[in-house]
Ligand binder design. Structure first.
Ligand code: A3P
Length: 296
């Protein structure tokens, strides 16, 4: 039923110890040398943790009132460039970032913490990290890999889940990604670590926390307005946030704005998969203080 040719799918390979496809490594020299500015804000996530959601929140916090045409004519993936991306028929993430007219620049990355360009740390840039519980993150990633032809074929759910556990997916192991930024936060105070589950449970409270981290004195009523704009149903209808203009996705297979729920993993994991996953999870996560909610 897919209109995408399997031959279009890129190969996975090891890059600096991380599984990658060429779409995120083709511009590596320029990515590594990227010159961050002190007021840049880096939005860092493992794929499918809520990147678009927090990107849109930040975009509205900074530019809701000042740039109305931005909200109606520029898709979120242009407003918030994807730093390491080199996608067909699109400017590179670095070029998009370099040409952004706005201050602050909002820049997105899925790179693990050790591969983030040095200049972000040197400039003491604010970093917003969003983490999502492993089970829902894996489910969301599976459906996403089915519908976007810039990632390898996900195979069936069982093999995909195994690849997730093995860290053999683009951006590498989820476990190292979430704990890597968690550890970074202990020494780098300009990092705000958020959870997808908290955003679902209480968006307004998360917005308030975000404002306080960013040093914004956004009035409560403006925060309320933004909370409404970033509701799942509203973002799903909004052509600037639902990726409908992104040409490498097949929305017949799965929508980009798919479910937006905590606990959808229960509809995917078998009892056996869940047991196997839990056992492996505690091995991987036994040395960290980082904890997740898998339901709310
Ligand atoms: P699901 O596939 O579970 O629905 P990313 O932006 O990092 O690619 O993450 C995408 C995931 O975030 C998808 O998860 C998507 O539905 C969810 N998402 C995006 N906007 C959301 C919102 N406003 N509320 C809840 N979930 C949202």
């Amino acid at each position: 039923t897919s209109s995408m040719k399997p031959t279009c799918r890129p190969e996975l390979f090891d890059f600096e110890g991380i599984s990658m496809v060429h779409y995120f490594t083709d511009n590596w020299e320029k990515v590594q040398k990227f010159q961050a500015r002190p007021n840049d804000i880096l939005i860092a996530t493992y794929p499918k943790a809520g990147t678009t959601w927090v990107s849109y929140i930040l975009d509205l916090l900074y530019f809701h009132n000042s740039a109305p045409e931005r909200q109606t004519s520029l898709p979120i993936f242009v407003r918030v460039p994807f730093l390491e991306a080199v996608f067909p028929e699109m400017p590179t993430g670095v070029d998009l970032a370099d040409k952004l007219p706005n201050t602050p620049r909002l820049i997105k990355t899925h790179l693990p913490v050790q591969l983030v360009p040095k200049s972000f740390w040197e400039q003491n840039c604010k970093v917003v990290y969003v983490a999502r519980n492993a089970k829902d993150n894996a489910v969301s990633y599976f459906h996403f890999a089915r519908m976007i032809n810039l990632l390898p074929e996900p195979g069936n759910w069982n093999t995909f889940l195994q690849s997730f556990m093995d860290g053999k997916l683009v951006s590498g192991p989820w476990y190292d990604h979430v704990t890597g930024y968690w550890e970074k936060k202990q020494t780098y105070s300009n990092l705000h670590y958020m959870f997808f589950e908290d955003m679902v449970a209480n968006t307004e409270h998360e917005l308030e926390q975000l404002c306080s981290f960013l040093g914004l004195s956004t009035p409560a009523e403006e925060r309320e307005r933004i909370t409404k704009c970033v509701h799942f149903d509203v973002m799903k209808q909004n052509n600037m946030t639902n990726h409908s203009s992104f040409s490498h996705m097949d929305f017949k297979i799965s929508p980009f704005m798919r479910k937006g729920k905590v606990g959808d993993w229960k509809n995917h994991f078998t009892v056996a998969q869940n047991e196997r996953f839990d056992e492996h999870y505690w091995q991987k996560m036994k040395n960290t203080t980082l904890q997740f909610h898998t339901e709310i």
